[in-house]
Design a protein around this ligand. Structure first.
Ligand code: SF4
Length: 339
């Protein structure tokens, strides 16, 4: 059963699952399909680039409908080594049909890997067993420091149970699921914290867990216009960031830079939207989006587009819009009303 406080996206809703960034199926022209089934989160991270927890309306996709669209995406991509990466704009463990979804995906022959991004705090032995049984292959879990109070501060919560998360890591390591620990490095803020996490992974190596069963991938802190930001942290340019990682790799004798080859990512046919930047099209407004000024509209049957408008637009209305964001890779569409 889906949480009643969430707006359900299902067949009846008529919302296509290609084109939106916050929900649905996202293709960047590789053999990875990013799947976003839900928009709620148990944390309120100060650095959350998607501002989860602040939305006026939250959404969840009905499982059968989501599986139908994933199958449609796989067919369009004509690819037989797909990785499904569950990467919600929120916490995927809050999706009520998660085990069933993974189990359904596991039965699709062209899907070779199922991975998932999570903050890990809602996991326990039972849930890990269920995910393993359903067919989950890899878990990416964020951890930005080995200090509980710092973690609570970064994650915008009063209490952060670090010991529980470390127990979760042990349980995942004992299961068949691979573990990727992924701290975000906020320059000048959690420099020590990141090194402590590296040391933790080094200690786990001594316990016999190493690549690819246990990986570490440090992420560069990036800020986005619509995301939350850690006030004093600055973005670091990628050349400098990789130089720092190179130095750490040498010092700690550990792999820290992860690239497409490490996940067997390769280019494939892209699912391309039938519009380009500045194109004008008639779309039908279906429902309100996450924010006050955001609407979800449909065009050409398979495509949803985010329409940004400060004025109220009646639902079911056909309006002319101009596409202000449309990329071949990433198939994310944004438009504004025009004449
Ligand atoms: S960063 Fe992740 S865990 Fe934190 S609030 Fe955003 S979606 Fe939730």
């Amino acid at each position: 059963m889906i949480n009643p406080h969430l707006i359900t996206i299902d067949k009846k809703s008529n919302v296509p699952l290609f084109g939106l960034d916050f929900i649905g199926v996202l293709d960047r022209g590789t053999n990875i399909l990013e799947v976003k089934p839900i928009t709620i989160c148990n944390l309120h991270c100060k650095y959350c680039f998607v501002s989860a927890g602040d939305y006026e309306r939250n959404f969840s996709i009905e499982r059968d409908y989501l599986v139908e669209w994933i199958k449609k995406a796989i067919e369009l991509k004509n690819c037989d080594d797909i990785e499904i990466h569950l990467a919600a704009y929120g916490e995927v463990l809050l999706y009520n049909e998660l085990n069933e979804l993974i189990s359904d995906l596991h039965k699709i022959p062209k899907i070779k890997t199922i991975s998932m991004q999570s903050n890990g705090l809602l996991l326990n032995k039972k849930k890990i067993d269920e995910l393993e049984k359903a067919g989950l292959d890899r878990l990416n879990i964020s951890l930005n420091s080995m200090d509980e109070n710092e973690c609570a501060d970064y994650c915008g919560v009063k209490k952060y149970n670090l010991n529980h998360l470390l127990e979760v890591f042990d349980l995942v390591l004992q299961s068949k699921i691979e573990l990727l620990i992924a701290p975000v490095w906020f320059k000048g803020i959690n420099d020590e914290g990141v090194l402590d996490v590296v040391q933790y992974v080094k200690n786990q190596e001594k316990n016999g867990y190493s690549w690819p069963k246990l990986r570490m991938g440090i992420q560069n802190y990036l800020t986005y216009r619509t995301g939350r930001k850690i006030k004093k942290a600055r973005m670091r340019d990628f050349a400098y960031f990789y130089k720092l990682l190179n130095n750490l790799e040498k010092e700690y004798k550990i792999k820290l830079k992860l690239g497409p080859k490490d996940f067997e990512i390769r280019k494939t046919i892209a699912i391309s939207p039938p519009v380009r930047l500045d194109d004008k099209r008639n779309v039908e407004i279906i429902m309100k989006g996450r924010w006050k000024n955001e609407y979800i509209a449909i065009f050409e049957k398979n495509w949803a587009v985010k329409v940004l408008c400060k004025e109220k637009i009646p639902l079911k209305k056909q309006i002319m819009v101009k596409f202000i964001k449309s990329s071949l890779r990433g198939n994310l569409l944004t438009a504004i009303p025009t004449r």
